[in-house]
Write a protein of this length. Structure first.
Ligand code: ATP
Length: 219
C-alpha cells in the first residue's frame, strides 16, 4: 500500500462554546483527489486550516509528507507550508499592487526558484495566458479565483488544499479549473483535499467524504 502523503488521526476541534468535530481520520495518498462535503458550518474550512497548521487542533495528529504538523512552531509551520502546500482560499488573498504574474510567482520567489516559464505555463493552464502583466483590480471575480489557483499550483506542492475553488465561477470555467486541479493531482502525483458544496466539483474527486460532528464518513 502507498504511504499516505497526508495522515490525520483523531482530530478534534472546537471554538469557544462551539464544538465542531472530533474523531476525524483521513489518509490521502500521493496522486489521490479527495473531496469533503458537509453541511454549512460543520467545520470544513476549519478542518482544512487545521491540516495546513493555520488553526490549532484540540486533539489528534496531522502528518504531511512524514512531518507532524501540529507540533511545529509557527515559523516551522510557515516554512513547511511554503515548501509542501498549495492553498486555495475562499477569499483569494491576491496582493493588489502586484501584477497577476507576480502574484502567481510568489511561492516560487519565496523558495528562491524564480521560473517565468512555469508561471506562464500555469497561467495558460487556468485560461489566463496573456493576462500576466495586468493588475488584479482589472480582473473579474472568476479570473481572480483562477489567479489564486495558479498560485497554489505553481510550485508543484505535494499537497493541495482547496476551499470551494469553483465557488465564483460559471459552469464552463469551473469545469476548466477542475480539469487543472485533476491534471495536477494525477499528472504530478500531488495529493488534493477539496472542500466544496458543488456536487459537480466533488464528482471529479477519487473519493467523496462527508464531514459531520463525529468524523469523516464515506458517502
Ligand atoms: N476563527 C474562528 N473563531 C471562532 N469561530 C470560528 C472561526 N472560524 C470559524 N468559526 C466558526 O466555526 C464554524 C465552522 O466554520 P467553517 O467555516 O469551518 O464551516 P464550513 O463547514 O466550512 O462552512 P461553509 O460550508 O458555510 O463554508 C462556524 O460557525 C464559524 O462561525
Amino acid at each position: 500500500m502507498t504511504t499516505p502523503l497526508a495522515q490525520v488521526r483523531g482530530l478534534a476541534k472546537a471554538w469557544p462554546g462551539q464544538p465542531l468535530f472530533s474523531a476525524v481520520d483521513l489518509d490521502v495518498a500521493p496522486g489521490e483527489f479527495v473531496a469533503i462535503v458537509g453541511e454549512s458550518g460543520v467545520g470544513k474550512s476549519t478542518f482544512l486550516n487545521c491540516l495546513a497548521g493555520l488553526d490549532t487542533v484540540d486533539a489528534g495528529s496531522v502528518s504531511i509528507a512524514g512531518r507532524e504538523v501540529t507540533t511545529l512552531d509557527e515559523t516551522q509551520q510557515a516554512l513547511f507550508r511554503r515548501e509542501h502546500l498549495g492553498f486555495v482560499f475562499q477569499a483569494f488573498h491576491v496582493l493588489p499592487h502586484l501584477s497577476v504574474a507576480h502574484n502567481v510567482a510568489l511561492p516560487l520567489l519565496l523558495q528562491h526558484r524564480a521560473d517565468d516559464t512555469r508561471v506562464a505555463e500555469v497561467l495558460d493552464a487556468v485560461g489566463l495566458g496573456g493576462l500576466g502583466a495586468r493588475l488584479p483590480q482589472t480582473l473579474s471575480g472568476g479570473q481572480l479565483q483562477r489567479v489564486a489557483i495558479a498560485r497554489a499550483l505553481v510550485h508543484r506542492p505535494a499537497l493541495i488544499l482547496a476551499d470551494e475553488p469553483t465557488g465564483n465561477l460559471d459552469p464552463a470555467t469551473a469545469a476548466k479549473v477542475m480539469d487543472v486541479l485533476v491534471a495536477q493531482v494525477h499528472g504530478e502525483r500531488a495529493a488534493c483535499v477539496l472542500v466544496t458544496h458543488s456536487r459537480t466539483a466533488a464528482a471529479r474527486a477519487d473519493r467523496v467524504l462527508t464531514l459531520t460532528a463525529t468524523g469523516l464518513h464515506e458517502t
